[in-house]
Design a protein around this ligand. Structure first.
Ligand SMILES: Cc1cc2nc3c(=O)[nH]c(=O)nc-3n(C[C@H](O)[C@H](O)[C@H](O)COP(=O)(O)OP(=O)(O)OC[C@H]3O[C@@H](n4cnc5c(N)ncnc54)[C@H](O)[C@@H]3O)c2cc1C
Length: 251
């Protein structure tokens, strides 16, 4: 027999269980685009307790639309090992350019991250940070629907030993820290230059404020780097690098 009330109880109790476990984590990642998903996978695989907050209904960020809605993306040679880790298929286009199906890329990153143990909270917007003794200690979250509808509902908080800003062009977490502490400066993303942008994003993936790490396009926004269009190797490599930096710091 299928019972409607049992379905309601099952969903509610299991979500609350996940939520209670996820609100005190080792690493809180904001944004589930390619960089945030990659970082979450490697950190969870290394044994850290990871919560991933995504304001939209679906995860994947800017992956799905490829370039100009042609749902293929390009990845360069150094990032192939990450595609291999995730079991993602790629096709060689020339010596250094490989083509990946955007749908497979998004689907595989999401699937492998969840399987590795990442707790995902979609439809959840990060709207502020918690700071104690000059260090980020957590995030302030609310339902995206509350934010969108302008309802007068207070947010709640979660704690983390490290926070990752993976919110892409907007660099929301860094922007909040810059505004509220005056101790971080965002230089703003620059013109298109794929090669400089890709290497710059990976090189500058770092801890930008005590407890706050930045990855993906948010790195370009913080460090004033060129944009690079629909090439995704830098996003994957930056996600893996931030995971390694955090693992080193927390261990
Ligand atoms: C207009 C436009 C221009 C682009 N230009 C470029 C470009 O020049 N170069 C380039 O490489 N790529 C560009 N892209 C493609 C794409 O955005 C990126 O390459 C790639 O997806 C960035 O990966 P990411 O992981 O840094 O962030 P994204 O893929 O952007 O993912 C960020 C995620 O964070 C989530 N998020 C944002 N704020 C919050 C919040 N407060 N709380 C919770 N979640 C939040 C977003 O919903 C999103 O899912 C562009 C995309 C768009 C739409």
């Amino acid at each position: 027999m299928i019972d409607e009330i049992t379905i309601t109880k099952a969903i509610t109790s299991k979500f609350v269980e996940k939520f209670l476990d996820g609100i005190e984590c080792d690493v809180a990642i904001v944004g589930a685009g390619p960089s945030g998903l990659t970082a979450s996978y490697y950190l969870a695989k290394a044994g850290f307790k990871v919560s991933l907050f995504e304001k939209k209904l679906s995860l994947g960020g800017g992956i799905w639309g490829g370039g100009m809605m042609f749902n293929k993306v390009v990845v360069q040679t150094p990032a192939l090992e990450i595609l291999d880790d995730f079991g993602i298929t790629y096709e060689q286009f020339d010596e250094n350019h490989y083509v990946v199906d955007a749908i497979e890329l998004a689907g595989a990153l999401i699937h492998r991250a969840v399987k590795a143990g990442v707790k995902v909270f979609n439809l959840t917007s990060v709207e502020d940070v918690m700071i104690r003794d000059g260090k980020i200690t957590g995030l302030v979250i609310n339902w995206t629907a509350v934010e969108m509808s302008g309802l007068h509902v207070d947010p709640m908080t979660i704690s983390a030993k490290a926070v990752v800003d993976a919110t892409g062009h907007d660099a929301i977490v860094c922007r909040l820290v810059a505004k509220k502490t005056g101790e971080l400066e965002l230089r703003g993303e620059k013109y298109m230059h794929a090669e400089a942008g890709e290497s710059g994003v990976v090189e500058n993936t770092s801890e930008v404020f005590p407890g706050l790490f930045v990855t993906g396009m948010a790195v370009a926004a913080v460090y004033g780097l060129p944009r690079m269009g629909p090439i995704f190797g830098g996003m994957l490599l930056s996600g893996k690098k931030v995971a390694e930096l955090i693992a080193k710091k927390l261990k």
